[in-house]
Write a protein that binds this ligand. Structure first.
Ligand code: COA
Length: 149
């Protein structure tokens, strides 16, 4: 899905200090879920509060090793990260996803809110979808009111 220039720019981004710092902040805050196979890390999904209002969590670091693609690992790590965020009181989830993973997130109930670009370097910007999922509100107790004579 990506051009050689986009792959090179993405590699540069992934190996930057800023990216490592951001991910390690999420790990230290205990908001990163990892899937391991015989000790090897094969999938990750993390989250952080998206803003100060406290109801929207933003997913980051959603990756599955290509060797283990399409085995349901992505679904499980994202589900576990969402559950962590739910327990912390979040009910809306967002992700900025490269177009190649849009179908994956849509299969998990996310909907594309808009499209845009993610500037990776001064020269290269990656086309992305901004996706969103909102939990259904909890069902209230139905109380029937009748006249009492
Ligand atoms: C996107 C990604 C996390 C998916 O992980 P995965 O473990 O392969 O996904 P799953 O096996 O859990 O897939 C669950 C469902 O998503 C959909 N899906 C996953 N990958 C898909 C693809 N490439 N094309 C179309 N649908 C896809 C399918 O409906 C799939 O269910 P199925 O296999 O029963 O049909 C993985 O491909 C990846 O790491 N991509 C590169 C990084 C990336 O783009 N991360 C996202 C944002 S930072």
């Amino acid at each position: 899905m990506l051009s050689q220039a986009e792959i090179a720019a993405f590699m540069e981004h992934v190996y930057s200090t800023a990216y490592s710092t951001r991910l390690s902040d999420v790990v230290v805050a205990d908001r990163m879920v990892g899937a391991r196979l015989n000790g090897e890390l094969i999938g990750t999904a993390g989250w952080l509060p998206a803003n100060d209002r406290g109801s929207t969590a933003r997913l980051i670091g959603v990756f599955v090793s290509p060797l283990y693609a399409r085995l349901g690992i992505g679904r499980r790590v994202v589900g576990a990260a969402e559950d962590q965020a739910r327990r912390a009181g979040f009910s809306t989830f967002t992700i900025r996803a490269p177009l190649g993973s849009r179908d994956f997130f849509e299969s998990l109930g996310y909907q594309a809110a808009s499209h845009g670009v993610w500037p990776l370097t001064r020269e290269v910007a990656l086309p992305v979808a901004f996706l969103r999922k909102v939990d259904a509100p909890p069902q209230g107790v139905v109380v029937q009111l009748r006249g009492v004579n």
